[in-house]
Design a binder for this molecule. Structure first.
Ligand code: PT1
Length: 275
């Protein structure tokens, strides 16, 4: 599959894409939360665009380990003004949500993609996106953000995640969602120990299903803290390394806080191994 259908956009999958994170939560794990400050939120989005992001991922509910849910009203209050202010910013905007009401409203406000950590498992979520043309990221998570790091266990994490993603691709297909709108994501840090995360990265290529694009979100996560013993604000080098290694193993999209640094690292890789 050479392109991703993403609302009015068609994204080429011939080179890795960099998805820049825009965080509208007050409790962001990485310290970049912007709740309640429209100017700063739009500023962060513009900065990600200027840094060369291929797409943005805007989230208003934290999904870091231990995070409690955000109410529908609060999520909508944080998100919609930013979507309105960004208008036609030139690149596709993804909204990180699992709530069907937020999905519908975000699409009506110009979002081109829905990034769902529950992979459209919430009642009404399939319906909310099926009859649109947005792209959809289907992510694997064991449990929910509040309790997911409370003793995650798998017989084989790679086969479990792969089987889950296969089943969600089938469910999306049955709902009439074309394959060229789908992205798959193993969900690094979502109900996984360090060893589970490493196993998924090691065997990343085995997660390829029907040629669908794969997304890797590792930026600043605790797995990098566990490896480097660095706090979250000093994980830049580890994050960039992880992005390059994920691409090396087959990731088509990397979801990152540090767009410019990630792009530069990927440019070096591309220069070395031109397709
Ligand atoms: C992700 C992702 C996401 N991650 C997609 N969406 C987060 N598609 C939010 C930690 O261990 O990987 N893919 N939306 C952020 N979630 C986490 C999870 C943040 C774990 C931090 C950790 O530190």
């Amino acid at each position: 599959m050479a392109i991703l259908r993403c609302g009015a956009f068609e994204l080429p999958l011939t080179r890795p894409l960099v998805m820049g994170i825009v965080n509208l939560t007050p409790d962001s794990f990485s310290g970049d939360g912007l709740a309640g400050n429209l100017d700063r939120a739009v500023g962060q989005a513009r900065q990600q665009i200027d840094a060369g992001a291929d797409l943005l991922d805007i989230g208003a509910e934290s999904s870091r380990p231990g995070a409690a849910p955000t109410s529908l009203e609060e999520e909508r209050r944080r998100l919609m003004p930013v979507l309105e202010a960004l208008g036609d910013c030139g690149i596709p905007i993804s909204v990180d949500t699992y709530k069907p009401e937020v999905m519908r409203e975000a699409l009506a406000h110009g979002a081109s993609m829905i990034n769902d950590i529950y992979a459209l498992r919430m009642p009404g979520a399939l319906d909310a996106v099926a009859r649109s043309d947005c792209a959809i990221c289907l992510m694997h998570m064991q449990g929910d953000p509040l309790g997911m790091q409370d003793g995650p266990a798998y017989t084989s994490v790679v086969s479990t995640v792969r089987a889950f993603l296969e089943s969600r691709v089938a469910v999306a297909g049955a709902a009439g969602i074309a394959k060229d709108r789908l992205i798959l994501d193993p969900g690094f840090g979502f109900g996984k120990t360090l060893e589970h995360n490493l196993e998924l990265l090691r065997h990343f290529a085995q997660l390829s299903i029907a040629g669908l694009p794969l997304l890797a979100g590792i930026s600043r996560k605790s797995m990098l803290g566990a490896i480097t013993s660095r706090p979250v604000d000093r994980r830049l080098a580890a994050s960039v390394a992880a992005a390059v290694l994920a691409v090396q193993r087959g990731a088509n999209i990397v979801r990152v806080h540090d767009v410019e640094e990630t792009r530069d690292a990927l440019a070096v890789r591309a220069a070395l191994d031109p397709d």
